[in-house]
Design a protein around this ligand. Structure first.
Ligand code: TA6
Length: 291
């Protein structure tokens, strides 16, 4: 398999190799960016634009094991988000992040970005994931319901991005002012965000509803602003596990919580997507960094 990948998809600045846990990964190393993606989950685990510090956070305690999710980077949550509402025994956040994806294409774009195309089939859904590792990180998840399906199907999706921060207690996230959100730390209460940028003083697990706006993560200590812009996504999830939840997660270091925050590009809850047979939906997120 590895040799076939090397033969079929050899592009300057891209190589396929065995990574942690002998899971196959793609390694990107070009004049404009470095990056990494594991075929299991089509899981982007690193993006490092030239001249910048690494942008995506990865736990030092992550698993690298077939069938177990990687902690950090950009897990793809699909076809449901969080626990499965109908069957709690199903894997949290669905199957996309714990199943192997097939490489369908690789190329070097005119702007020097390396673009990977991966495919997967989950239930009756045909998934195409395109990721461009360049001065920006652009991820496109296209979901099509097989035309052989006999009725409409619904799904939730999320590009569950983990960002590196200097200290979550000193950053702010703008773009969600005044939006309604579900506060999962407060029994799923429906709340209204204030007119201020988000700051953190405790565990946060919020699903912002009906919002298409871009978010800006300001990290003065690192002297950077990370912009997360999106299309085809009506929900934004913001998460930091803080102290107690960090201790309850085996694949997350007890002291790692200050160094990360998630800003997730999603369609969940009331914004889940319903497709007719043959119909499709595309979720796109573009991440950029400025100083
Ligand atoms: O996106 C936030 C969230 O849904 C939280 O509730 C938290 O559980 C996080 O995802 C991580 O989920 P995981 O299944 O990866 O442990």
């Amino acid at each position: 398999m590895l040799n076939d990948l090397k033969k079929e998809f050899s592009v300057p600045g891209l190589c396929f190799e065995l990574g942690n846990g002998n899971l196959i990964r793609a390694v990107i190393d070009t004049a404009i960016a470095k990056g990494e993606l594991f075929l299991q989950g089509a899981h982007v685990t690193s993006w490092h634009p030239v001249g910048q510090r690494p942008v995506l956070w990865l736990s030092g305690q992550s698993n690298y094991e077939a069938g177990k999710p990687i902690r950090g980077g950009v897990p793809i949550c699909f076809p449901w988000f969080g626990p499965n509402s109908k069957d709690i025994t199903q894997p949290a956040h669905g199957f996309a992040r714990i199943t192997d994806w097939q490489v369908a294409g690789a190329r070097s774009n005119t702007d020097g970005a390396i673009e990977l195309h991966l495919k997967n089939t989950i239930d009756s859904f045909l998934l195409d994931f395109h990721v461009e590792f360049g001065r920006e990180l652009k991820m496109t998840l296209r979901t099509q319901l097989s035309s052989e399906a006999t009725s409409s199907h619904s799904f939730e999706d999320a590009l569950h991005t983990y960002f590196v921060v200097s200290d979550v207690r000193s950053i702010s996230i703008a773009g969600l002012e005044g939006a309604s959100y579900i506060d999962k730390v407060d029994q799923g209460m429906l709340k209204q965000a204030s007119g201020e940028a988000i700051t953190f003083a405790g565990e946060a697990d919020r699903v912002y509803l009906e919002t298409q706006t871009a978010c800006e993560l300001t990290d003065s200590a690192l002297g950077r602003v990370i912009r997360v812009s999106k299309t085809g996504s009506a929900s934004t999830v913001v998460w930091n596990p803080w102290i107690d939840k960090s201790k309850r997660m085996a694949d997350f270091g007890d002291d790692e919580w200050p160094g990360m925050v998630c800003i997730e590009t999603a369609n969940v809850g009331t914004s889940q997507i319903e497709l007719e047979p043959g119909g499709s939906h595309t979720t796109v997120v573009t991440i950029s960094v400025s100083n």
